[in-house]
Design a protein around this ligand. Structure first.
Ligand code: IMP
Length: 198
């Protein structure tokens, strides 16, 4: 199998872009969507798998490059898996995660005022590689944890300040990014595709 030497990182999310670049080997040449001025397609799928495939195939076809796309999100048990595939959309057009996090606290409290005892959640990431010849490969990673009762930490992005992974006391927002990236959903999904690169 020919190893991938250059790749388009198929995301317009800065936080994801940085984490994916850091996961990939240094010698792989990385292109961003900014270089091609491409907007993201509509995520019409009903699963992380489908949406990451939609993005990877769309960007690869636009650029004729091998593309790696990520679709990810936070699933909260008490909210029946919400926000899930709508994790990004809960932050609105302005990507305001303060707003999205407030919405989570409000919804959890409405369902159960003692929601803190029922705070199980997980981050899910689906990565899809799509080649210009139509070949594709997808992988999934999950990290289980809990929702903290307040926002904590300035690191990371999105819902990081309210997610405490199992086995730790810190939220992802409080963790050194190196630690987060060695245990999170994106890393676990990456482990399953890393042989395409190394
Ligand atoms: P999408 O995959 O572009 O639909 O966006 C997924 C959304 O899930 C992001 O905008 C983030 O809000 C959230 N998300 C996914 N992965 C992470 C993570 O590692 N930390 C914090 N939030 C995340």
């Amino acid at each position: 199998m020919d190893k991938i030497k250059e790749i388009l990182i198929g995301t317009n999310n800065e936080g994801k872009y940085k984490e994916i670049c850091d996961l990939l080997p240094k010698r792989v040449i990385k292109y961003s969507l900014k270089e091609f001025n491409i907007l993201s397609p509509e995520e019409t799928g009903k699963s992380f798998e489908k949406n990451s495939f939609i993005k990877a195939s769309y960007f690869s076809k636009k650029t004729n490059l091998i593309c790696l796309s990520d679709d990810s999100g936070l699933e909260i048990d008490l909210l029946n898996g919400e926000p899930g595939i709508y994790s990004s959309r809960w932050s609105g057009k302005k990507n305001n995660f303060d707003l999205a996090i407030k919405k989570i606290f409000k919804k959890m409290k409405k369902i159960n005022k003692d929601w803190f005892y029922y705070n199980k959640a997980r981050f899910i990431c689906c990565l899809t590689l799509f080649w210009p010849n139509g070949k594709s490969y997808s992988s999934k990673g999950i990290v289980k944890g809990e929702i903290s009762n307040s926002k904590r930490g300035q690191n990371g992005f999105g819902y990081d300040p309210i997610f405490i992974p199992n086995g730790y006391d810190q939220t992802f927002g409080e963790m050194e990014s190196k630690l987060k990236m060695s245990i999170d959903h994106r890393f676990k999904a990456y482990l399953k595709i890393k042989n395409f690169f190394i």
